[in-house]
Design a protein around this ligand. Sequence first.
Ligand code: NAP
Length: 285
Amino acid sequence: MNINSTTKIIGLLGHPVKHSFSPNIHNYLFEKYSQDNIYCCFDVEEEKIKEGIEGIKSLGIKGCNVTIPHKVNIITYLDNIDNKARLIGAVNTIKNENGILNGYNTDGLGFVKSILDKGYDLKNKKIMIIGAGGACRSIAIELASIDVSSIDIRNRSINKANEIVDIIKNNFNTKILCSPKSIDEKDLNNIDILINTTPIGMESDLSPVDEKLTPSKNILVCDIVYKPHNTALIKWAKKNGLEVIHGIDMLINQALHAFYIWTGINPSKDDEEHIKDLYNKTIEK
Ligand code: NAP
């Protein structure tokens, strides 16, 4: 990578950021596609986000990814928000166009692509999502926009789940419901796809589903937690002969879409494979 006086910075705004895999993805792609950019991580505390945004403008930073805890609050400081990101209520990608900051959300798109790429169909499928935070919002809205049959959200705080239900009811035709109930075998035998969007299992051996449950239907189990690679939920699913999708697939796909927003380039399948190899080498399984 030849860094010189014309090189532009694209960054990650978050707190913490030191474990991020995004620099590995984007710096590989910038080099591969001869983009005169470099990707850096900025550890910005919650109360410093306004100054962080001013820094993007004053330093001519070309774009940013946004992660915990800024995805929602950052909206106040941006000039334009894309329609889907506004519906989701969160931004994970910013593009600086001549000092105008435009906000997008690529999380839901990245998740859906990770399912479609593996050859699964989503149309008319019954979905259950555990959790009702930012990631659930983007995934549920993306799924609703492609006409899945139904979405059932399970979250310990019902208010947050209700907010998502209202957004979907007001904007889409997909059947949507929510409950604070934990998942039982009857639930599992009545759905096609189960998605964990809570951090349960992140750097721990906890599962958001009771590991004693043994579903009799072959559902697809997706965990968006990507560290560890094989979360307790994924291990439970495999033990029960269920098909799985790992969190790394969503992570890579949301990044590829952000790369497209910044550069207009759609990375190839080979790039995805190369990034997965990088991930396998750098992230503890
Ligand atoms: P968030 O906005 O903080 O939401 C987390 C949700 O999980 C909330 O609904 C919360 O419930 C629930 N939750 C948290 N701890 C729980 C527990 N111990 N028991 C039951 N429920 C619990 O977070 P987020 O932005 O949606 O991210 C969630 C996870 O997804 C994180 O681990 C993040 O790293 C991962 N993620 C992965 C990708 C990817 O590309 N693979 C992308 C985005 C996020 P309450 O509503 O009751 O608080």
